[in-house]
Structure formats: C-alpha cells, structure tokens
Design a protein around this ligand. Sequence first.
Ligand SMILES: [Zn+2]
Ligand SMILES: [Zn+2]
Length: 141
Amino acid sequence: MAIRSEDFKKPNGSTDWDAYTKAKVAAGEVCSSCGEYIVSGAYPKGPRTCGSCQQLIMCKDSVQHDHFIRCPKCGDYWDPMAEEDDVFSDGQHAVCCNKCDHEFEVTTTVTYTFESPDLEKNDAEDEDEHGDGGGPDQGGA
Ligand SMILES: [Zn+2]
Ligand SMILES: [Zn+2]
C-alpha cells in the first residue's frame, strides 16, 4: 500500500512532510539512508537501504553514489551538500573525512538532463503552408 501525502495533512491543511517521509522510510518505499525511491515491491516491508547505499557499506572497490561520499579509510559516508561546494563540479576533488581526517580524492561526474517542452500541435491541417499570416517580420523600420 502506497504512502500518500494526503494522509499526512495537518489540521491547518499543510502537509507534514517530516511524518510523511518517516512513514515512507518505515514502509521501505524510500532508502532509509539517502531517501532515494526504491523501485521494487518484492522485498518484505520494513526500513531498508537502496542498492547504492548497500554498495557503500559492502563494496570494497570504488563505488558510485548520487548523494554520498565514502571515506576509503574508515568507511564513513556522508552527504557533501553542506560543506564541500566544489565537489559538485565535474572532475577530481580533494575531500577530507570529517570522522578520521583522512584526505582523499573523489571524482565527480555531472550528468545533464534536458527537458524539452511538449510537442506543438499541428493545428489547421497545413493551412499555414500558404503563408497568409502577414508579411515577414523585419524588425527596425
Ligand atoms: Zn540509499
Ligand atoms: Zn574517514
């Protein structure tokens, strides 16, 4: 059963996002560590972490994660959002572990997503082929 935000309305009409998020984590809908949606209904219900977060804990090789940086020395991982602004640009960045002070490099790969607008409707069946919509627009005059 999906957790719906409508079920977390406060008396004043706004949504209690905190409780909503907690409920989703408790139901295993989102990762309890990074908050990513977990796409699978096959697991038993209950808090769980996504595949990427499990990799951070289990994998001894280098790992990729959309949110967290992992210290290669102590294994601690964290969300760099707050302190390390430049890790969000493409390339290698020196990072210092907050826990054990180990310095290491992370490689950032920035991905881009292009959102294109809706297809424009071809209305009036090719009528504008005849070009009777006024003369060419020459700015200036
Ligand atoms: Zn996760
Ligand atoms: Zn560390």
